[in-house]
Ligand binder design. Structure first.
Ligand code: NAD
Length: 341
């Protein structure tokens, strides 16, 4: 039986990197029945700003999604489709592994970086509760609950234990938001007591940003509310070579949607320049999730081989290759591996 996966190409560079990733996944030999659904600005006009029920129905059936980025209008327009999807499916844990990548030169290539970022994915300032109190005075509600904070803390500590990691650092601004971030921190402290084998630290978010830049190699697992997680993820991606390579997963109790950290990159969309590594590595996480760890490892190894060889990598990481050339190289490597077996 093939695995059932909902494929959401998205928009901007999404369709390009999604097509590349589907080719790479198929070259692993794992059989997947893709249910391709449209989720982009065009579709959303017809559904009055809401994620169409057909997309939710597909994910309810398959339980697993592979998703490209989706553009969100700035300072107006519909509520982010990404946020809607995460909340509708209760994808409460956003997991982003950020690791030094062999063959990619960054400003930090002299140190080995291996971070696991866990971002609470359902509340905080992403609750979308904004209100114009009187003209030119707006409040945006930051919602922090014990339920969601405990849940993400447990997930981060549990992952750390299962993966032999040593330290979880909670990132916060509880010196200023004493109640909201204070509650988040209390939940992390209480959870830490149930994981005596894992060291627990806390850092104020501004200090965390600075420490990540000056000594990124000292960080291990990080857990934080939604907005800090969004910002720190991009900062961390910059440490290892940029948004073109960092994968991610939105994880819930019943569903999992795998997507890169990056957005729809309108500046390079349609030019065959997008780096599909981030979505391909997200697909490797997906294959492991589907119970195909061997295929996940082979896909990861093929990507790393293309970087080690260095001839087909894309401009964002210093190469001159196109999306298609990079994908051909990954697929070629996977097929050659298959023939050798
Ligand atoms: P972005 O991540 O799209 O792009 C930031 C920079 O990184 C750009 O210069 C872009 O060219 C580069 N970049 C990103 N991905 C790349 C790749 N795979 N290969 C090569 N270069 C890459 O961020 P942005 O410009 O701030 O956002 C654009 C749109 O994407 C916005 O509408 C935003 O809301 C949306 N967005 C969506 C998601 C998502 O769907 N999960 C995530 C972040 C942003």
């Amino acid at each position: 039986m093939p695995h059932q996966v909902t494929l959401i190409p998205g928009d901007g560079i999404g369709p390009e990197v999604a097509k590349a990733t589907v080719r790479a996944v198929e070259a692993t030999g794992v059989r997947i029945a893709w249910d391709a659904v449209e989720l982009n600005a065009r579709v959303i006009e017809a559904s009055e700003g809401l994620v169409p029920q057909s997309v939710l129905d597909s994910l309810d059936r398959t339980k697993t999604g592979l998703k490209g980025p989706i553009t969100t209008p700035v300072a107006g327009g519909h509520v982010s489709l990404n946020v809607q999807l995460r909340r509708k499916l209760d994808l409460f844990a956003n997991f982003r592994p950020v690791k030094s990548f062999p063959g990619i030169k960054s400003r930090f290539s002299d140190v080995f970086i291996d971070l696991a970022i866990f971002r609470e994915n359902t509340e905080d300032l992403y609750s979308g509760l904004e209100h114009e109190v009187v003209t030119d005075v707006v409040t945006s509600l930051k919602v922090i609950t014990r339920f969601a904070s405990e849940r993400i803390a447990r997930y981060a500590f549990g992952w750390a234990r299962r993966n032999g990691r040593h330290t979880v650092t909670a990132v916060h601004k509880a010196n200023i938001m004493k109640l909201g971030d204070g509650l988040f921190l209390r939940c992390c402290r209480e959870t830490a007591k149930n994981f005596p084998d894992i060291a627990y630290k806390e850092l104020i978010v501004d200090n965390a940003a600075m420490q990540l830049v000056i000594r990124p190699e000292t960080f291990d697992v990080l857990v934080m509310p939604n907005l800090y997680g969004d910002i720190i993820s991009d900062l961390a991606a910059g440490l290892v070579g940029g948004l073109g390579i960092v994968p991610g997963a939105n994880l819930g109790t019943n569903h999992a949607v795998f997507e890169a950290v990056h957005g729809s990159a309108p500046d390079i969309a349609g030019k065959n320049l997008a780096n599909p590594t981030a979505l391909m590595q997200s697909a490797a996480l997906m294959l492991a999730h589907l119970g195909e760890p061997d295929a996940a490892k082979r896909l990861q190894a093929a990507i790393e081989w293309v970087y080690a060889e260095g001839r087909h990598v894309t401009p964002d990481v210093g190469g001159t290759g196109t999306t298609t050339e990079f994908t051909d190289a990954v697929v070629g490597r996977l097929e050659a591996d298959g023939r050798r077996e």
